[in-house]
Write a protein that binds this ligand. Structure first.
Ligand code: NI
Length: 172
């Protein structure tokens, strides 16, 4: 399972609702996504990141079971916000402090097609909001100030250029 990175247009598109939720299909998909998540040492992975424009994401925090969210809707986000450092499997090597609501209540369906409501705070709320953004075609760099985003993107481009230069050097 390939994880798409910045520059791929699929990361910028809005994902469509899953309809219907075929338990067999989505249990298998969720397992595959959890596998890719572990391989990438991430804590969350959304459909668009694997080129699947469907409203599904998987969250796996340490010491927790992987949680699957299909067709999630945010019922409430807290007024209180927190700043915390984020990274993303689609933006390898980039980290930045992002301000988000401290808590969230959402409604979603699991991989078996069962609906649930969840109140989350702390790290879980943070990951859920980051993954929900992916379903809307939004990346965490979009939530930074413009100067900060530009600095980060310049760093990203420079590193990409750097690795190309390295591989050219290796060939000569
Ligand atoms: Ni991400």
């Amino acid at each position: 399972m390939e994880i798409l990175t910045l520059g791929n247009e699929l990361l910028r598109q809005k994902a469509a609702p899953v309809k219907p939720i075929d338990p067999e299909k989505y249990q298998a998909l969720a397992e595959e996504m959890a596998g890719a998540l572990h391989q990438g040492k991430g804590v969350g992975l959304a459909g668009p990141q694997i080129g699947l424009l469907e409203r599904i994401f998987v969250v796996h925090m340490e010491k927790d079971i992987p949680r699957v969210f299909i067709n999630p809707s945010l019922i409430m986000t807290s007024q209180e916000t927190v700043k915390y450092e984020e990274g993303c499997l689609s933006l390898p090597g980039l980290w930045a402090d992002v301000i988000r609501p401290a808590a969230v209540r959402l409604q979603a369906w699991n991989e078996k097609g069962k609906p649930f409501t969840l109140d989350a705070s702390g790290m879980l709320a943070r990951i859920i909001l980051h993954e929900y953004d992916h379903l809307e075609g939004v990346l965490f760099i979009d939530r930074l100030s413009e100067p900060k985003r530009n600095r980060l993107l310049a760093k990203y481009e420079k590193r990409k250029g750097g690795s190309n230069a390295d591989s050219l050097r290796g060939k000569s």
